[in-house]
Every structure is written in C-alpha cells, then in structure tokens.
Design a protein around this ligand. Structure first.
Ligand code: COA
Length: 314
C-alpha cells in the first residue's frame, strides 16, 4: 500500500523584539513608504540573545503538541537553516538533544528554499518506509548575517522558526514535490565571505533576483499543477516563501490564482528564509483558514539559486 507523508502538526515561534520600517527610517536612508510599496514588509522580528536552535525548539514543541507525539516518537529531524549556530555540530543535533529526541538529525541548506527541500526529503523517507514520524523545521537568525548599513537588504529579512511533524498515512498527504538548483547564479544572492571562518553578510542584485524569482516560481507552479492534473482552481491555498509581495502577486497572477487564496505573513515577519513557509502555514492553520483536506501549494526560491515546490493535501 502506498504511504503518504502527511502533515499532522504545525508550530511556529517569533522572537519578541520588533523592528518596524519606522525604526529603520532612523538608521538608514529609507522610508516606511518605500519599503511598504516595494516589498509589502512593515515590520520584522529579530533576536536579542536567542540562537537559531532556541527558536527551533519553541516551534518544534508546538508542532509535536499538535501532532500528539513525544520527541521520543520521532524517527528523523531535518532542520533547514542558512544561519546554523555553529559550523558543527549540526544545529539539528542540538535541537534533537534539547527536545529529548534520540533519532538521527541533520541540517539542510537551501537558503529560502530550505523548507521545501527539507519537506521533499522527509517525503522520500516516509514513502520508502524508512521513517514514520519526521520533524521538519525551518529556523533562521537572518539578522546575524544582514549588513544593517545596507538599505537594499537590511529592510528585507527577519528571524523566526516554523516546524511541521510529517507522519506516515495510508490515505493522503504530500502529492508531489519538485526541486531545482542552478549555482551559476551565485553572485546574484550570496553571503560575501571568502573563507569558512569569516561570517560575511548578504549581498544581492535585487532587480535580477526579482525577475528570476518570478520566472522560475511561475514556471514551477505551472509545472507542479500540470504534473498533478490540477489547475489553480483546485488549490485551496498557496503558501509561498514570503520574500516580496510583488514576487508573490506576480506568480499568483501568472497561474490565475486570486490573492484571496494566498497566505501572506510578510508584512509582519519579513523574509525569514527557510522559516517563512512553515511560519505562514502555522499562522493559517491556527487561525482556522487552513483545514484538513485543503490543497496547499508551497513554493520558494533561495540564494544563488535553489527553488522548489511541494503540493500537499493537508
Ligand atoms: N529605501 C529607499 N531607496 C532604496 C532602498 C531603500 N531601502 N533600497 C534601494 N533603494 C533605491 C536604490 O538605490 C535605487 O536608487 P536609484 O534609482 O537612485 O539608483 C532605487 O531605490 C531603485 O532600486 P532598485 O534596486 O531598482 O529597486 P527595486 O524596485 O528593484 O526594489 C528590492 C528593490 C530589493 C525591493 C527588489 O528588487 C526585490 O525585492 N528583489 C527581490 C529580493 C528578494 O526577494 N530577495 C530574497 C529572495 S529569497
């Protein structure tokens, strides 16, 4: 019998400190109006003394609670992050220890596409019978790699974590996933460190990223729907990576999806990289918009570039 990877629990966590566009006006040559019109972002959260693992723990506990599972029930933990706490060990292993799990755990790095890459990986383990319960987390402290003096990038990013518990199910779950990478775009969006022991900060050719993101994500959304013999009418919600309202609305327009069917959190969260999709998902699950049986399309693109989609019956 075919096994499906089904999302049975979601959780999220945001650090307390809010930085609004008005706060950024005081330190950068920018305005609330410019940021709102160009990006849709109004505020973002940033850590003061918390780590990527700290944020991941809070989101993971909530997802496990919703799934009615204990950490010891987990067979695997996959943590998508661009901002691990250390070069090694993997932040996922610190998470494993601190929540009291005993399963294998590893980090996965695909920048803002990290969550879809991690969810697609979890799908393979469940479908081939290697695992029954997997914790998939996106957790980021992007504020640590942002150049706070660069107005073209500092306005975009935020910190946070989102998590899902994926479990083996005989009836439904993930229907399809598709991943792409093209490393020839490295210089368009990357962290500018030359050596492994330098931290570096985000460098981005914003306009170029914008055009590529719209093109690749709309092609991918169309391909995903075609592969599933669906049209955008069959989608209950799109839960996109929350990078920029103009990228999201351009993709929705190209696939004829009304914006009323798109979950948006970027006004309050900014771009939280690998955390943005599970954060948005958890918000909409907990406020009752997303219900069991809904068809959800997750899609995201990240630095230099990797992009992917996951189509789910929730
Ligand atoms: N406030 C005010 N002005 C700013 C600014 C800011 N925060 N940032 C840049 N500008 C200026 C530029 O210097 C430029 O000035 P100039 O015309 O005098 O040279 C002008 O605004 C237009 O810059 P441009 O880069 O062409 O703006 P844009 O419309 O492309 O918007 C982004 C910039 C970054 C908002 C947009 O390109 C974008 O969102 N790209 C995608 C980024 C993204 O999502 N990355 C993550 C992907 S995972």
């Amino acid at each position: 019998m075919k096994k499906f990877a089904r999302i049975i629990g979601t959780g999220s966590y945001l650090p307390k400190k809010v930085i609004s566009n008005f706060d950024l006006e005081k330190t950068l040559d920018t305005t609330n109006e410019w940021i709102t019109i160009r990006t849709g972002i109004k505020e973002r959260r940033v850590v003061t003394d918390q780590s990527t693992c700290d944020l991941a723990i809070e989101a993971s506990k909530k997802a496990l609670e919703m799934a009615s599972l204990k950490a010891t029930d987990l067979d695997l933990i996959i943590l998508a992050t661009t901002t691990p706490d250390k070069i090694f060990p993997a932040t996922a292993t610190m998470l494993q220890h601190r929540i009291g799990a005993s399963c294998p755990a590893f980090d996965l790095q695909a920048v803002c596409a990290g969550f879809v890459f991690a969810l697609s990986t979890a799908q393979q383990y469940i479908e081939n019978g290697s695992a029954n319960n997997i914790l998939v987390v996106g957790s980021e402290t992007m504020s640590k790699i942002v150049d706070w003096n660069d107005r073209s990038t500092a306005i975009l990013f935020g910190d946070g974590a989102g998590a899902v518990v994926v479990s083996s199910d005989n009836t439904t779950g993930i229907k399809h996933s598709k991943l792409y990478s093209d490393g020839s775009y490295m210089s368009s969006l990357h962290v500018n460190n030359d050596r492994i022991n330098e931290l570096g900060t985000i460098e981005m050719a914003g306009n170029e990223v914008y055009k590529i993101a719209v093109k690749r994500l709309s092609e991918l959304a169309e391909e995903t729907l075609n592969d599933c013999n669906m049209t955008s009418d069959d989608l209950t919600w799109m839960v996109p990576h929350q990078a920029n309202i103009r990228i999201i609305s351009a993709v929705a327009k190209r696939i004829n999806l009304p914006m009323s069917k798109v979950i948006l959190t970027l006004d309050k969260h900014g771009n939280t990289s690998a955390a943005s999709i599970p954060l948005a998902l958890d918000v909409a699950v907990r406020d009752g918009r997303i219900k069991k049986g809904d068809s959800l399309l997750f899609e995201g693109i990240g630095g230099g570039f990797s992009w992917g989609s996951v189509l789910v019956e929730y």
